[in-house]
Write a protein that binds this ligand. Structure first.
Ligand SMILES: [Zn+2]
Length: 260
């Protein structure tokens, strides 16, 4: 590896180290999630002060040491400064960064996760979509990229009930064939198979369709729609329990979101 390298990425967290330095976790295009030290970054006159805070997005030139990276310089393209003056938006941003930190690895291809985080932060700054909807979209897409998406295109048990076209299914079946979201079996159950998981959650066809959309569409299309409060409520219940079951990790920033 060369003595220095330039990477593109977003700072996920910045922790003070000693009296003058900071330890940054950066999600990069080139090397996945890395840790880099910003020497002297706590000094108010340091050239590294501005790049050494969470959400800073741009190019970082790093010295490649034997055991760690050190930031030499940075060219920041976006600080997401709108979010620094918006307490609620900033709390959501910190939550998304913490999940990215937890779910990504060094020397892994995390391009999709980086792109997802960037578009999600942009959605927070635009404020055209309510934050709780941004949260569930992010969570479900994140699970998808980690190969942990629920099966929402057909019944997990019988596989005969294809819901590929949820809208057609909805008009054909109406309320007589309800759909259930089963955390335990990792996807949806038709009414016939529902007995396999009595704790499954009954969901609206619009909720099913929204999940299918989030899982299958490209990132650029994710933050372009709105849902009814009933659909949002169902998505929130499903994702909360799904994450509890399959990630089983307490995110510190999630506690903060509960207080908003
Ligand atoms: Zn079934």
């Amino acid at each position: 590896m060369p003595a220095s390298t330039t990477v593109r990425g977003i700072v996920l967290s910045a922790m003070p180290v000693g009296e003058y330095d900071k330890r940054l976790v950066i999600l990069t295009l080139e090397y996945g999630r890395i840790t880099a030290f910003a020497k002297g970054a706590r000094n108010p006159n340091s050239a590294l002060l501005a790049c050494s805070s969470p959400l800073a997005f741009g190019e970082f030139t790093l010295y490649v040491g034997r055991r760690s990276y050190s930031v030499i310089s940075a060219d920041i393209k976006n600080y997401f400064s709108e979010l620094r003056g918006d307490f609620e938006g900033f709390c959501y941003a910190m939550y998304f960064c913490e999940i990215c930190d937890y779910m990504s690895k060094e020397n892994n291809d995390e391009k999709d996760i980086l792109k997802l985080l960037y578009q999600t932060l942009r959605a927070l700054t635009k404020k055209t979509i309510e934050f709780p909807l941004i949260k569930v979209v992010f969570e479900l897409k994140m699970m998808t990229y980690n190969g942990m998406a629920p099966q929402v295109f057909h019944c997990v048990k019988c596989e005969n009930n294809s819901y590929q076209k949820a809208s057609e299914f909805a008009s054909a079946s109406g309320l007589s064939s309800p759909i259930y979201f089963s955390i335990k079996t990792g996807g949806i159950l038709c009414s016939g198979c529902r007995m396999n998981d009595k704790s499954s959650i009954r969901i609206n066809t619009s909720t099913l369709y929204t999940m299918q959309y989030i899982i299958s569409r490209e990132i650029e299309k994710l933050y372009t729609f709105k849902v009814t409060s009933q659909v949002l409520n169902e998505l929130e219940i499903c994702m909360k329990r799904y994450l509890q079951c399959y990630i089983d990790h307490e995110f510190k920033s999630a506690e903060m979101l509960k207080t908003l």
